[in-house]
Design a protein around this ligand. Structure first.
Ligand SMILES: Nc1ncnc2c1ncn2[C@@H]1O[C@H](COP(=O)(O)OP(=O)(O)O)[C@@H](O)[C@H]1O
Ligand SMILES: O=C(CO)[C@@H](O)[C@H](O)COP(=O)(O)O
Length: 475
């Protein structure tokens, strides 16, 4: 990298469930540098599995905040060692796993503004958090707080109309309420609460970055139409919450210039702009240049399905978020917790831990899987709330096991069907012109995408036939 002609660029960061990633993009939008730090593999001292700690109750799921900070130190040091020319970085922005929250201890803001360029961030921020293990999106331990919030605002539907979602256990307001109820001392010593996205932006900014509208919609606290915190929701969750959250801003806002720490330690230009960070799914909607009518499927740690909406249509299932690109518009999202980690388990059990064996099983089995169906929820699913493995034979009898190849196809077809059924229940339709775009780690697997594509084509043909039989030939 050293010695190459200077290349002006922007950096994009992703603080997701299993890793921190960076890309450098030049003026032609070519990605010329990529790297990642994988929490389980590269930061073993934190002892995470899939980037998280699942607690004994099986419901509480957290990640250590210092692991995220250390991952950032490692990536930056590696870039520096490789001669990355930070002086050419005009701006940076990024994304974080949604809903996760970070609790900054009283006095941490002061530490952030006066970091010494001689030391890594991790060493200097050790004592800056009132909660070391942050609740993340996989947590489902706040059922009681969810019921309290819904009751406080007039029910689930009323909350959904206001904030875009009924109360969900992973949504940040309910997580904050749990911390306030179970650990009031830590709550009272917290001067600022960030989302993972605004936390990451704060590190670069050297001061607290605001929450953006789009990621802020995943908290059950933001009025998605007015773009202000709901006083009723704040009051139902915890006291003095508004001052701990700061004012939310549009997702494309420039929140400031990079802090002098990065200028002095890495050679960033002092004018390098920090654009508000947002949630990883909203960032994908923006980055994939999704247009109205398109549907995106993200196959990351979670599986999600999302689309661009002009008008909000809040319901009791799924979420409406503020749109990260156009603040007048919205995005709809469905989230499935049993995504990549479930696929990895079946890969380990039925394909000797190898994605290529997994692919061979998909290639050697037929669409429809000879009538065998399977639904796999090793952890409590979000959409719908269900656990367990449920297998049905061609004769529609529940069975306890399938042959290995059948199991693998049943998993992928079942995951596809769950997405289709729940998306259709919300009124999403695949039209002939609809583009379906895939992203996330598992979208590298052509055989999984092939199954999705074949099933989509099959359903589209069937729907076309039903339509032409009930309405006559298309005009
Ligand atoms: N070839 C593959 N086939 C299927 N899944 C894959 C493949 N390669 C990576 N993955 C999945 O991608 C997941 C990580 O996706 P990624 O989008 O990077 O996650 P996140 O952003 O949530 O940390 C892994 O858990 C892994 O199961
Ligand atoms: O909870 C949600 C969306 O509502 C998840 O999609 C998280 O945003 C985690 O994302 P990945 O790490 O799986 O991309």
């Amino acid at each position: 990298m050293a010695g190459r002609a200077a290349r002006r660029c922007c950096l994009g960061w992703d603080f997701s469930t299993q890793q921190v990633k960076v890309v450098a993009v030049d003026a032609e939008l070519s990605v010329f540098y990529e790297d990642s730090v994988h929490f389980d593999r590269d930061l073993v001292e934190f002892g995470t599995q899939g980037g998280v700690h699942v607690h004994k109750d099986g419901l509480t799921v957290t990640s250590p905040v210092l692991m995220w900070v250390q991952a950032l130190d490692i990536i930056l040091e590696k870039m520096k060692a490789l001669g990355f020319d930070f002086s050419q970085v005009l701006a940076l922005s990024g994304a974080g796993q949604q809903h996760g929250s970070v609790y900054w201890k009283t006095g941490a803001g002061q530490v952030l503004t006066s970091l010494s360029p001689d030391l890594p961030l991790c060493e200097q921020l050790q004592a800056c958090f009132s909660i070391g293990d942050c609740p993340v999106w996989m947590d489902s331990s706040t059922a009681a707080q969810c019921r309290q919030l819904e009751a406080a605002v007039g029910g689930a539907q009323a909350l959904s109309r206001l904030t875009g979602s009924r109360a969900y256990e992973r949504f940040t307001g309910n997580q904050i309420a749990k911390i306030y109820q179970q650990n009031p001392e830590a709550y009272s010593h917290t001067e600022r609460i960030s989302l993972v996205s605004s936390f990451a932006a704060s590190l670069f900014l050297g001061s607290y970055s605001p929450v953006d509208y789009s990621d802020g919609s995943g908290m059950n606290l933001l009025q998605i139409q007015d773009k202000v915190w709901s006083q009723a929701c704040l009051g139902a969750c915890a006291p003095h919450l508004e001052e701990k959250l700061g004012r939310p801003v549009p997702s494309c806002s420039v929140v400031g210039a990079i802090s002098s720490y990065f200028v002095q330690r890495y050679g960033f230009p002092p004018g390098c702009k920090v654009v508000a960070f947002t949630g990883d799914n909203p960032a994908s909607l923006a980055g994939m240049r999704l247009e109205e009518g398109d549907i995106a499927v993200s196959l990351g740690t979670s599986d999600t399905l999302f689309l661009w909406l002009q008008e909000p249509t809040p319901a009791l299932e799924g979420h409406i978020f503020c749109n990260p690109v156009d603040p007048q518009h919205y995005m709809a999202l469905l989230c499935f917790k049993n995504g990549s980690l479930m696929r990895e388990k079946i890969r380990d059990e039925s394909a000797s831990g190898s994605w290529s064996e997994f692919s061979k099983a998909l290639q050697s089995t037929e669409m429809g899987n000879g009538g065998n169906l399977g639904f796999y929820f090793d952890v409590m699913e979000i959409t719908p709330e269900i656990t367990g493995r449920h297998r049905f034979s061609a004769e529609n009898h529940e069975v306890s096991a399938f042959p290995r190849d059948v199991e693998i196809r049943a998993l992928i077809e079942g995951q596809f069907m769950a997405k289709k059924i729940h998306a259709e229940a919300l009124g999403y339709r695949v039209m002939p012109k609809t583009k379906i775009l895939a992203t996330g780690g598992a979208s590298h697997n052509r055989d999984i995408l092939q199954v999705y594509e074949a099933l989509l084509r099959r359903y589209a043909m069937l729907e076309q036939r039903i339509l032409s039989q009930t309405q006559g030939p298309p005009e």
